[in-house]
Design a binder for this molecule. Structure first.
Ligand SMILES: N[C@@H](CCC(=O)N[C@@H](CS)C(=O)NCC(=O)O)C(=O)O
Length: 253
């Protein structure tokens, strides 16, 4: 039996060097690119390498070349060799939340550390909530939305007839989770991480960009979420991340 090589494990005694990120247009790479841009902007990281890939126009799939970074070839991927031996084969890190944790542990110099145990628990909870409840319900809603969009003309009206009611049903599943997000944010704690930006905020941006762009919730009823979203979009680091990704219309997952 051949064992799968270890990944997401920093098995070196020396610290990691300059990371390389594999990003894909219209994807959850935004979480990692935004975090990397924050690190560079705040002088916690000197630089990083970017391998920016584009989805296929027809299938929307990632190109095969992304498998160079990790065997599954899905974005985002972060690869890194030890700083002392940059020519060593790099270790791949995958799954956005875990890549963010690796960046926090090895590069962030405490800038994203929670300011209280309560904020720490909140930050962990909302990282999980973003990647499970919010992302799953957003993906299901998006699927109901995109099937009629992708259906060729003669079948489109019939498919729409079936999927438009389903889209409403799935949008409804987002209501209670969104009320929870809304009630979480306040003037004192404007971030999902609490009183300062935390990993939970990076995790939340991708599904919330989709929900805002596709109007999956009634913006008038969730002023705190809209304010959070606007604040993120005005951050120079977020804006640089969007540019570097080479294409992000906030509406694909
Ligand atoms: N579970 C991974 C997501 C991996 C994934 O499915 N990535 C999508 C983009 S968000 C992708 O690479 N899609 C292209 C494809 O499936 O070929 C994470 O949360 O980081």
């Amino acid at each position: 039996m051949t064992l799968a090589p270890q990944h997401n494990y920093w098995g070196h005694t020396s610290p990691p060097g300059i990371p390389t990120v594999y990003s894909l247009t219209d994807s959850g790479s935004i979480r990692v690119l935004w975090a990397l841009e924050e690190l560079v902007g705040q002088n916690a990281l000197e630089s990083y390498n970017l391998k920016a890939f584009e989805r296929s126009n027809t299938t929307k799939k990632a190109p095969e070349a992304m498998k160079e970074g990790f065997r599954l070839g899905k974005a985002p991927i972060l690869t890194v060799s030890p700083a002392a031996t940059p020519d060593e084969p790099p270790t791949p890190f995958v799954e956005g939340r875990l890549i963010l944790q690796f960046l926090a542990d090895h590069y962030a110099k405490g800038i994203w550390d929670s300011l209280s145990p309560e904020d720490q628990a909140r930050n962990i909870f909302f990282q999980e909530f973003a990647g499970t409840t919010i992302s799953t319900l957003t993906s299901l809603t998006l699927t109901m939305d995109m099937i009629p969009e992708a259906t060729p003309w003669p079948f489109k009206p019939l498919v729409k007839l079936l999927f438009v009611p389903l889209l409403s049903v799935f949008k409804e599943t987002l209501v209670e989770p969104f009320k929870l997000l809304e009630d979480t944010l306040s003037d004192e704690k404007p971030w999902f991480g609490g009183s300062r930006l935390g990993l939970a905020d990076f995790c939340m941006i991708f599904p919330l960009d989709t929900c805002v762009a596709r109007r999956y919730f009634d913006a008038g009823k969730y002023p705190n979420i809209i304010r959070w979203h606007k604040t993120v979009h005005e951050l120079p680091a977020y804006q640089r991340a969007v540019k570097k990704m080479g294409g992000y219309n906030d509406s694909k997952i």
